[in-house]
Design a protein around this ligand. Structure first.
Ligand code: GLU
Length: 295
C-alpha cells in the first residue's frame, strides 16, 4: 500500500517534470513525497535551534542555479533539486514544514561567512566537507559524494580529462574546491583560468565559446548538460572526491548531532532514496548510500 502510494507520487513527479520542461522550466526536477513534520522537537544546547524556535521559521542557505541540486524556477520562484529535498527533510524532522522554510541563495564564496554571521541556520548546496572549512564551520553528513569533472562543447574531442587542459581556458567558481584544484595542480596556465561567482555564469561563457571547459562536481555539470544535450557534454572522468555536507555554525555540536541522526534515519529508512530518485536519479542512475561520519 505504502509502496504503491510512493510509486504513484514518483510517477506524478515525473509527469510534472515533463510538463515543466515544455513550459520553459528546464531546471526543474521532481519532488519527493513530503516528510511528516515532527512535533515537540528538542535539541538541547543548540543556539541555532533556539533561534529557529523563536523565529518560528527555518532559514536555509542553498544554490539557485544548479539544476537537479538547488534550482530556483525563474517563473514560479519554486526551489527544486536533491539539496532542496535534503533541506526539506531536515526541516521537517526539526518540526518545520515546507511552508516554514525560507531559502537564501548564497554562492560558493559566501558560505562560510553566511554561517559565521548567522544569516542562515544551515546550508545545503553542494558543499564539500574538508578540514580547511572545518576551521570555520561545522558539517553534518556526508549525504552524497560527487567528484570533480569537466563540461565541454559536445563536438570537442580534444578535452578528455584533467591532463588535457593545458592551453585551454577553464572556468570555475570563487571559493570552491574545483578552482583550488585547477590552481594547485596547475591544470592550466594562470592566464587561462577564468574565475566567476557562479557555475551558470561559467556555462554561459562555455556556450559563447569564451572558455573551453567548466570544471566542478559531476553532479552539477550533469544538470547543465541535461539542459543543453545537443551542445554540451560531461567528460565523465572524475578526478576528486567531494563528500557533500550540511554546513552549520561551527560551535553548534548539538544541532550537528541532531542533523546527523536525521540523515542516518533518512538513509537507512527510505526517505534519502526517494529524494534521490525524484531529483538527481531521475534519469535512472544509482548512487551509493552515504555513511555518516561524526566528528
Ligand atoms: N563541492 C565543491 C565545493 O564545495 C564544488 C561545488 C560548489 O562550489 O558548491 O566547493
Amino acid at each position: 500500500m505504502r509502496v504503491r502510494t510512493l510509486a504513484v507520487a514518483l510517477l506524478a513527479g515525473g509527469l510534472a517534470l515533463t510538463a515543466c520542461g515544455k513550459e520553459g522550466g528546464p531546471g526543474d526536477t521532481g519532488t519527493a513525497p513530503s516528510q511528516q513534520v515532527a512535533a515537540d522537537v528538542k535539541v538541547d544546547g543548540s543556539p541555532t535551534f533556539d533561534k529557529i524556535k523563536a523565529r518560528g521559521r527555518v532559514i536555509v542557505g542553498v544554490k539557485e542555479d544548479q539544476p537537479g541540486l538547488g534550482y530556483k524556477d525563474p517563473t514560479s520562484g519554486k526551489f527544486t533539486g536533491f539539496d532542496i529535498e535534503i533541506a526539506k527533510l531536515v526541516a521537517a524532522k526539526l518540526g518545520y514544514g515546507d511552508d516554514k522554510i525560507d531559502y537564501k541563495a548564497i554562492p560558493s564564496a559566501g558560505r562560510e561567512q553566511a554561517l559565521i554571521n548567522g544569516d542562515v541556520d544551515y546550508y545545503v548546496g553542494t558543499y564539500t566537507i574538508n578540514n580547511k572549512r572545518k576551521e570555520q564551520v561545522g558539517f553534518a553528513g556526508p549525504y552524497y559524494t560527487a567528484g570533480q569533472d569537466l563540461l565541454v562543447k559536445k563536438d570537442d574531442n580534444s578535452i578528455t580529462g584533467p591532463e588535457t587542459l593545458k592551453g585551454k581556458k577553464v572556468c570555475s567558481v570563487t571559493g570552491s574546491t574545483p578552482i583550488q584544484k585547477v590552481k594547485t595542480d596547475g591544470l592550466t596556465e594562470p592566464e587561462n583560468i577564468v574565475e566567476l561567482q557562479t557555475y551558470s555564469l561559467c556555462v554561459e561563457q562555455l556556450e559563447q565559446g569564451a572558455v573551453d571547459a567548466v570544471t566542478t562536481d559531476d553532479a552539477i555539470l550533469k544538470g547543465y548538460a541535461s539542459q543543453s544535450p545537443t551542445t554540451l557534454k560531461v567528460v565523465g572522468k572524475t578526478f576528486s572526491t567531494e563528500p557533500y555536507g550540511i554546513g552549520l555554525p561551527k560551535e553548534d555540536k548539538a544541532l550537528r548531532g541532531k542533523i546527523n541522526d536525521i540523515l542516518d534515519e533518512a538513509i537507512n529508512g527510505g526517505a534519502w532514496e526517494a529524494a534521490y530518485k525524484a531529483t538527481l536519479g531521475v534519469s535512472g542512475s544509482d548512487a551509493d548510500k552515504p555513511v555518516i561520519e561524526r566528528y
